[in-house]
Design a protein around this ligand. Structure first.
Ligand code: FES
Length: 106
């Protein structure tokens, strides 16, 4: 299973295993982790699943036009490694990634 380490604004971390093909956003919600809202359910229309991807950027395709546009409207500032976690779906069974969760989503 892929593993995702969520790093929160207070410096705490939590690592969870995701079923293959589950998004990083869904993984946060399924494990009741704070900081990721996922209000639109993954349709790239809310921006409340914003994360900063610390590494493994080569694991994912670049943002689509819809994701790129939505990243302009996130509550926390956009950075070069900003992504919508609903669009990050690890597909490799042993994949390991780290995402930083911003201090606000709305
Ligand atoms: S859950 Fe709404 S943009 Fe990702």
């Amino acid at each position: 299973m892929p593993t995702v380490t969520y790093v929160f604004d207070d410096g705490s971390k939590q690592t969870v295993e995701l079923p293959v093909a589950m998004s990083v956003m869904r993984g946060a919600l399924a494990n009741q982790l704070p900081g990721i809202v996922g209000e639109c359910g993954g349709s790239t229309t809310c921006g409340t699943c914003h994360v900063y991807l610390d590494r493994s950027t080569e694991m994912f395709a670049p943002p689509t036009d819809d994701e790129d546009e939505m990243l302009e409207w996130t509550a926390a500032p956009r950075a070069g490694n900003s992504r919508l976690s609903c669009q990050l779906v690890p597909t490799q069974p042993g994949a390991e990634l780290v995402v930083r969760v911003p201090d606000k989503q709305v």
